[in-house]
Design a protein around this ligand. Sequence first.
Ligand code: ADP
Length: 548
Amino acid sequence: MTMLAAVSIALVSIALCLIFYQQFTSTIRAEIKGRAEMFREMSATQLMTTWRAQPTMVPEDMRLTLIAPDGKVIYDNTVIAEKLGNHADRPEIRQALATGSGASSRYSDTLRRQTCYFAVRLPDGFVLRTAKTSDSIFALFGHALPLVATVILVLAVLSHIAAGRLTNRIVEPINAMRLDDEPMAPPYDELTPLVRAISEQRQRIAAQFAALEERTATIDAIMDSMSEGTLLLDQRGTVVAANPSAGKIFGFAQPVAGRNILELLREPHLARLARQAVNGHRHEETIKRHDRHYRAYFSPVTSGGAALLFLDITESGKAERLRREFSANVSHELKTPLTSISGYAEMLASGMVREEDQAEFLAKIRDESARMLALIEDILLLSRLDEEKSAGALTEVDIGQIATEAAAALADKAAAAGIGLRFVAGKAVSVKGSGSLLNELLFNLLDNAIKYNRPGGMVEIGFGQEDEGGAIISVRDTGIGIPPEARSHVFERFYRVDKSRSKTTGGTGLGLAIVKHIALIHKAEINLTSEVGEGTTVTVIFPAPADV
Ligand code: ADP
């Protein structure tokens, strides 16, 4: 505004000066012409005589010069005529001599003044020149300049104040606008498009933000629920995100974003692999931490940075080892009876066995075959249980009935060993499960209770309802008991406390492993209490129906 005002004033001033100057010079020109015309009819001699006689006839504000036809100055009212040089070359003089009158104007640089001349040829051939000097246009402008400058300055100050006020009046309502209001109210109509644009923009941002938050929450939820330790690094190897599993593996607490990877992994070897991953080198290896084994994956990320993944392979490694051990054990267990069978058969075939002993040999072959069959059946059952990991179709199984069936199947065996079987009165209960598997479980427990008993011993079968609602079965014997150090091992495959006794009783070493497996499938808990020489009690506690 100030600039505009200043420029306008300057331009107007210049224009006024020009008009004024134009007016002024044309007045001067008319004046000197008029005066010259006045004396036109007189001769030079007459003029000089008149002027000398009546000095008042000589105008004070005007220069009068009389020039002879040869250019010599014969009179001048402002300077001594003799001092002036020949004027024949002056344009107005030349023009007057030639045409009768002439005009010209000249500019004096030093005085910054402008002189206008008018010359007329007198009847006697002399030339009369009138002249008047005025300020030049620049001088005129120079005079006006202080005033113009003052006006510009005053205007600048005024326009500055006015502009400030005006700006405040425009900006204040904008500043006072509440951007959170929905819908936003524009302080004046001119702002409506802007307000609408802001409002739309805000809605878009809010939607994008919500989507972003949702995605972040999803990613966080995934990361948090992952059992695999996960670490994300940026291009510089700084941690961007780490999940709680990674924290557990490497023993750090959240938050870790922004921390150095070396600080978290603490192992130079792993940190080096992480750095290499950031630089684009993929790598995987198995590492050990706190007695657990992890498969570690160091993977570069295409957008820069790296992802580190730590998979706990301890269990799968253990399972793999158990499977290998089991196969070796199976081969060994099968080899023993087969070697016996093949030995007896060899002897029978060679005719070395006396006739009266042959029946005994054949009975041994039959017993070993039966043992092998039992073993194979147990192995098959176990591997089926391994595969299925569930009880299959669940039905309501009456525990009392199952126990009666199992006891009946073993009644002869018990009688032969001189062992009594007794049911302890209990409420009839049922569990949801597989009838055949539960039968197998009870059969194995009762079988053991008979096998590892003493002559004249007792086996008590009890079942009932737990306080919380789950079914409970217990098999108690008055047998040899299990030594404390063996108690935690009896459920392992092929584990036997007394190898020779187990073999003579036809045990496979798999009975309790099968029991454990079946219990697991039914989500049941097994308790074993035993006293060497006193007896053993195995209790299976099934969960309440609601928990199954
Ligand atoms: P086995 O076929 O040899 O009986 P199990 O898996 O059923 O195999 O039992 C493992 C071992 O636990 C047995 O060899 C035996 O030493 C011991 N055991 C199992 N039940 C009893 C029990 N009721 N009394 C004493 N020892 C037992």
